[in-house]
Ligand binder design. Structure first.
Ligand code: FES
Length: 381
């Protein structure tokens, strides 16, 4: 194990948010999955003992919130053990699930383990579209799981990824969330990473669809008041200023992938020229403060123009490094979502195509996430 580095002037605060991606296994095949397209190349998983150590090290390094995610985290038989340890350590614990695998007995076991909250994903409000988009028959199961969440007294966050194929049914999605008793509803427009980037032409809504959906959401917010909190996340391609991705590189967010690679965001492993450490070889504190991967895009010394001279650089930190790599071919470039980026035309062209009356995205088949496809795509990369 490497010894923790001494504090320095540039040292960030602790990794407050730990995302434990405990497995890439998942029974669903969502066309907008944020797991890496080549996830099948990273099939090995940390053992229970490794995860318990990671939880202890992260808590000692100052982490306070722990999300258990995947893949489908319920595919791990030891999830209850991990949640119990996270709870004992004082983490606020959160399970991000499709619902597959959450039986009444596992729900009780997770309740006994101290799980604080569950985020349940739906793909749509109708069985047909939900099951088509996930390529599984899971709609009825998700409804039952929503009941289990309520029966066990957990606050329920319902999450639905929004895109061209379901955005016109946003009213029905909101009504379903209310009927199922969700306290929070996240209408998260798909962001174009990983599998969603492969399917961008098919998934990107038009501006008119987006504006209508926002109007409807606002009307429901007014009507429903405190009964449910609704978050509507706009796809950043429709913005002119980039998001402060992950709240800043290596500032609060630490992801540990199933094989133990530690990352500042879900998709950073694709970035060229960066070696990310593995929790099997380095302790969490050293990873956070001392590793090249986490330090590379901290501060602003790495920035190029136009970010370097930009008055907003402290606000948005140049946007997303992964998006800069995917769209501009340079992870240190300005995020092309920014209209000051010389590559902004790429974003504008994608939006124009989605808004064109001659939109052709529907003619292309969706690429659904699955391990075989992942291996093929990984071999090409
Ligand atoms: Fe990797 Fe934005 S998703 S920095």
């Amino acid at each position: 194990m490497n010894a923790p580095l001494p504090p320095s002037a540039n040292q960030p605060g602790p990794p407050l948010w730990l995302l434990a991606e405990v497995t890439y296994r998942c029974p669903l095949h969502c066309a907008f999955c944020y797991n890496p397209v080549d996830f099948a190349r990273h099939e090995t998983e940390l053992s229970t003992a490794d995860w318990l150590r990671v939880l202890r090290e992260a808590r000692a390094a100052g982490s306070v919130q722990c999300g258990f995610s995947g893949g489908e985290p319920l595919m791990r038989d030891d999830l209850e053990t991990l949640v119990a340890e996270a709870h004992r350590l004082g983490f606020y614990t959160n399970l991000l699930t499709s619902g597959v695998g959450l039986t009444a007995s596992r729900a009780q076991a997770l309740q006994a383990a101290g799980l604080d909250h569950i985020q349940l994903s739906f793909q749509d409000s109708t069985r047909e579209l939900n099951d088509f988009l996930s390529h599984t028959r899971t709609f009825d199961l998700k409804q039952r799981v929503a009941g289990l969440i309520k029966d066990n007294g957990w606050p329920m966050v319902m999450n639905c990824v929004i895109h061209r194929l379901n955005i016109d049914y946003i009213d029905r999605i909101i009504e379903m969330a209310v009927e199922l008793g969700a306290e929070y509803l996240e209408l998260a427009n798909s962001q174009y990473y990983s599998w969603a980037l492969l399917n961008r032409d098919q998934l990107m809504p038009s501006r008119a669809q987006l504006e209508r959906a926002e109007r409807i959401t606002n009307a429901y917010r007014e009507r429903l008041g405190d009964r449910i909190r609704i978050f509507f996340v706009v796809p950043d391609y429709y913005e002119t200023r980039p998001k402060k991705c992950m709240n800043g590189w290596g500032q609060v967010f630490l992801t540990v992938t199933p094989d133990g690679t530690a990352l500042p965001c879900h998709t950073a492993r694709m970035l060229p020229g960066l070696d990310f450490p593995n929790v099997r070889e380095m302790d969490v504190r050293s990873i956070w403060y001392g590793s090249e991967g986490f330090n590379r895009y901290r501060g602003d010394a790495w920035m190029k123009d136009p970010c370097r001279a930009c008055p907003d650089k402290d606000k948005d930190h140049g946007g997303c490094r992964c998006q800069a790599w995917m769209l501009a071919g340079d992870p240190a470039a300005a995020d092309p979502v920014c209209d000051r980026s010389p590559e902004h035309d790429r974003v504008r062209a994608a939006v124009e195509q989605a808004c064109s009356p001659a939109w052709k995205g529907g003619a292309k088949p969706l690429v659904f996430r699955d391990p075989r496809r992942s291996r093929e795509l990984g071999a090409k990369a």
